[in-house]
Design a protein around this ligand. Structure first.
Ligand code: ZN
Length: 156
């Protein structure tokens, strides 16, 4: 594998301790901060609980990672058997790869099983501050995001 950033592999989700691969970023400037789709778009106060729940089903997350990182490589045969054994060992025969199922469909089902486990409680929303602006016949309300709710852009 590849580069390490702050002790985690560069392909990992940037949320501290998250076992998932990072696959999403909101940056358009080129960044190493990739998040998994469980963490992406969530408030930082929710991150720790999401990570803890992902770790509870770490064997499922491992299965997903192993599929993503090994499918199509020469390691795939033994990796596939290992994943299947682990699913059976955890009583999830229903999650083994079905006949005529593509690897993409299969990993989608595993992903859904993980998602079913992770319950994200909504963060407390700060109310937006509305300012009424009169313009001619129409009045409109402008909203600005609360201070600190937006991350500053990364400037190299
Ligand atoms: Zn994550």
């Amino acid at each position: 594998m590849s580069d390490m950033i702050n002790g985690r592999a560069s392909c990992d989700c940037a949320a501290h301790g998250c076992p998932m691969l990072g696959s999403l970023t909101s940056s358009t400037t080129g960044t190493s901060e990739w998040l998994c789709w469980f963490h992406f778009g969530k408030e930082p106060v929710q991150w720790q609980s999401i990570t803890a729940q992902l770790r509870e089903v770490g064997w499922l997350v491992d299965a997903l990672r192993n599929i993503r990182m090994n499918y199509g490589t020469e390691n795939w045969g033994p990796v596939y058997l290992g994943i299947k054994q682990e699913l059976l060992r955890n009583g999830r025969e229903d999650l083994t790869c079905k006949e005529l199922e593509t690897v993409r469909m299969w990993s989608g089902r595993i992903e859904k099983a993980i998602a079913d486990h992770v319950q994200v409680r909504p963060a407390q929303q700060k109310p937006l501050q509305g300012v009424e602006v009169k313009s001619g016949t129409w009045s409109k309300v402008q909203y600005s995001l609360p201070e600190g709710s937006r991350r500053p852009a990364v400037v190299d």
